[in-house]
Design a protein around this ligand. Structure first.
Ligand SMILES: Cc1cc2nc3c(=O)[nH]c(=O)nc-3n(C[C@H](O)[C@H](O)[C@H](O)COP(=O)(O)O)c2cc1C
Length: 187
């Protein structure tokens, strides 16, 4: 079984990004499961003094364990002022430590996003990919930009746009492919 961890960048109870991750469960290939992480709000502000004094806060340990235990991580991020919401960035700063052995290093990750604006959080997604790459994650290609998110889900929470569902499926497939060991080809 391949395990994906879903991380929503929103703390909002009715978040479109959290909803997007739940919708993804329907698009998973056989043998793949998705667990949605719900600990983002508990992560304290990153402070190098706290880090040096130790121990690591329990919420940070739980986040690191969740990432380390997953074969890949799928992020769905809102856009706040054309970038990544602060609490998600803060959590990734904790996740990126210690630099050489951090849990994101070599981890396959993908980024999608939803926003109420027309562009579907594309700037936040780009910034998030940059941050993840800086931490050493293997960021897979593919973008899903759910613009006008308030018009894209029905009352049951289902994503009503078929083309977006297809794009999400493609990102999941690319992410799952990245978890498979690469076979060296002899010259
Ligand atoms: C502080 C703040 C800044 C925002 N900035 C943007 C923005 O730059 N671009 C955008 O499309 N929407 C922006 N929005 C609106 C979000 O797209 C909207 O709140 C969306 O529902 C957030 O995602 P969520 O439903 O997953 O919480 C902003 C919202 C907040 C609260």
């Amino acid at each position: 079984m391949i395990t994906l961890l879903g991380i929503s960048g929103s703390l909002r109870r009715q978040s479109y990004n959290s909803q997007l991750l739940l919708q993804l469960r329907e698009l998973l290939p056989e043998g793949v499961e998705l667990e949605v992480w719900d600990g983002l709000k508990d992560v304290p502000p990153f402070d190098e003094d706290d880090e040096a004094a130790g121990p690591v806060p329990a919420a940070v340990s739980r986040m690191r364990d969740a990432i380390a235990g997953a074969d890949a991580v799928l992020f769905s991020t809102p856009e706040y002022n054309h970038s990544v919401p602060g609490q998600l960035k803060n959590a990734l700063d904790w996740a990126s430590r210690p630099t050489a052995t951090n849990v994101l290093r070599n981890k396959p990750v993908a980024v999608v996003g939803a926003s109420k604006g027309a562009f579907g959080a594309v700037w936040a997604q780009a910034d998030l990919r940059k941050v993840l790459a800086a931490a050493g994650a293997r960021v897979v290609d593919g973008e899903v930009a759910v613009g006008h998110a308030h018009e894209r889900f029905d009352e049951s929470g289902a994503l009503v746009d078929e083309s977006l569902r297809e794009q999400l499926g493609e990102v999941v497939d690319a992410l799952v492919a990245e978890t498979r060991p690469r076979v060296a080809v002899a010259a």
